[in-house]
Design a protein around this ligand. Structure first.
Ligand code: ASP
Length: 509
């Protein structure tokens, strides 16, 4: 690793810490609301109200009180207003009774929002960084995988690497779920949540889960398999459908070995050039990583309500312990036993990957960085990273599957539902499928959790209990998701006898 790279890593880490401090300093207040209302047809005004004792929604015509909220009800007020139509809003009078001073009344209210702080306003810088990473992903995967497959030579070889990779992925997923179940059954976080806290969580987040429950959340294995073969590869690329792109690139690469060298050579050379260029582009994008990470973390921390972390401390703690054990013990052991690599070397090599995954909460955005780091820092040749990593980003989610299992059991514990061995085995199976079906972008894991809950008849409204801390846990589970991919990449390189060996020139291979 060059000195420049080391410096970048430190910069990202520093940005993460500073971003968290900045976000905490400019945390969004839960005692402030910004009310936008119309004065007349052309003019609107905005007023910030804070420290209210009570906020009341009154029908302007009938004078009937429609809803009353207290000082701690910011979230409930927002979801109440969020569900109103424009017509409903214009019929309402909003009466605000402050802790001190006179009552304020607003008619013709258009919007009620949290008061954004600078920590949240800088979020677009982070979003831009993630978009840059995502935009490299498809051309990078297509070109490197095509060249990789062409250098592997024949379809049998591709098939054998493919099945071994999937096998190792299954091992990491199942061991992650088992670790999660072990921890949640031992620590029993659900029995430690007070009834009072439970009711508060349900009331506060009930409204926010309605849209999640309605999302299409079924998993059809046949459908999943069918989707691997796109009817139109260009459309699959434009949709960013990774499994379909992988299939297309593999087919192209393998077929290229079947035409004359005179014809295949320029094609492979071209895509090899594209792939190298894309890797350079990733390095270029990483130059702004510290700014992106700062903005992303500052926005998350700025928006986060810290008291909920306290309420759910047992649940969060259980997951964090299980995450850490899987990350450093299970993955470390697998890398040592099957990959012959010192775990310390492995984790040092993927530091950037872990940091970007944590700040972006997206395996897809982290994929280009993972490919770069596995090649440069861990000595895995391109023909392995280009196949194993994109596949892993899509189907291998150790963190998400573990999270889904732990969350399901936690909710069951809160509701006092007893889960026997059969139910826990069902959870393992559905969590494997649900995590395979989870898209590698922020916040999808909790939607797919519904499948796991349904499989063992746990009330799906239970996700209201854990929604408040999901953003933070999503960041952590994404680290595990990408680390598992990197571990299997090292293992596969070792199994194929190419770990630490520079890429043979694809064309001469
Ligand atoms: N954010 C996760 C990922 O991209 C998916 C999830 O669990 O929500 O890997």
């Amino acid at each position: 690793m060059s000195a420049k790279k080391l410096k970048l890593h430190h910069k990202i880490l520093l940005a993460l810490v500073l971003g968290a401090i900045f976000g905490a300093l400019f945390n969004i207040s839960k005692y402030k609301l910004e009310i936008t209302y119309r004065i007349d047809k052309r003019e609107a005004a905005t007023e910030v109200v804070e420290r209210w004792k009570q906020i009341e929604f009154v029908d302007a015509e009938t004078k009937a009180v429609k809803a009353t909220f207290g000082a701690e009800d910011q979230l409930r007020i927002l979801s109440y207003v969020g569900k109103m139509s424009a017509a409903d809003k214009s019929r309402m009078i909003v009466n605000v009774t402050p802790e001190t001073g006179e009552q304020l009344s607003f008619a013709n209210v258009r919007k009620i929002e949290k008061v954004k702080t600078i920590a949240v306003l800088i979020k677009p810088i982070g979003t831009l960084f993630i978009r840059l990473l995502m935009f490299v992903a498809i051309p990078l995967v297509l070109s490197s995988l095509l060249v990789g497959a062409a250098s592997l030579g024949d379809i049998k070889k591709v098939g054998s690497i493919g099945s071994k990779t999937v096998g190792f992925y299954l091992i990491t997923i199942v061991s992650a779920i088992a670790m999660g179940l072990l921890m949640v059954n031992t620590i029993q976080p659900g029995t430690r949540l007070s009834t009072d806290a439970r009711e508060k969580l349900m009331v506060n987040f009930e409204a926010n889960i309605a849209d999640k429950i309605q999302e299409e959340t079924s998993i059809d294995l046949i459908d999943l398999l069918m989707r691997i073969v796109p009817t139109n590869p260009v459309e699959a690329m434009s949709r960013g459908d990774m499994l379909a792109v992988i299939f297309f690139a593999l087919m192209l690469g393998v077929s290229l070995t079947m035409v004359s060298k005179q014809k295949s050579e320029p094609v492979i050379r071209f895509f090899d050039g594209v792939s190298d260029t894309m890797i350079r582009m990733v390095e270029l994008i990483l130059v702004i990583a510290p700014y992106g990470v700062f903005a992303l973390i500052s926005a998350v921390v700025g928006e986060f309500g810290f008291d909920i972390l306290q309420t759910l401390a047992w649940y969060v703690g259980t997951l964090l312990i299980a995450y850490a054990l899987h990350q450093f013990i299970t993955l470390g052991l697998l890398v040592r036993v099957f990959g012959g690599m010192n775990p310390a070397t492995f984790f040092r090599g993927i530091k950037d990957v872990m940091l970007i995954a944590f700040s972006s909460s997206s395996s897809a955005a982290t994929l280009p960085v993972n490919m770069d780091c596995c090649q440069k820092n861990l000595g895995v040749p391109k023909k392995i990273t280009s196949f194993v990593l994109p596949l892993g980003a899509t189907i291998n989610m150790d963190g998400t599957s573990m999270y889904q299992a732990v969350a399901a059991v936690f909710i069951a514990q809160v509701y006092g539902i007893d889960l026997n061995l059969g139910a826990q085995l069902t959870i393992i199976l559905t969590a494997v499928l649900a995590s395979i079906g989870t898209a590698p972008v922020p916040g999808v894991g909790i939607v797919m959790l519904i499948i796991v809950l349904r499989s063992v008849n746990i009330p799906e409204e239970g996700i209201a209990l854990i929604l408040g801390v999901d953003r933070f846990l999503d960041m952590c589970r994404t680290v595990l998701n990408v680390s598992g991919d990197a571990a299997v990449t090292v293992i596969m390189a070792k199994q194929e006898g190419v770990l630490g060996k520079p890429d043979p020139d694809a064309i001469d291979a």
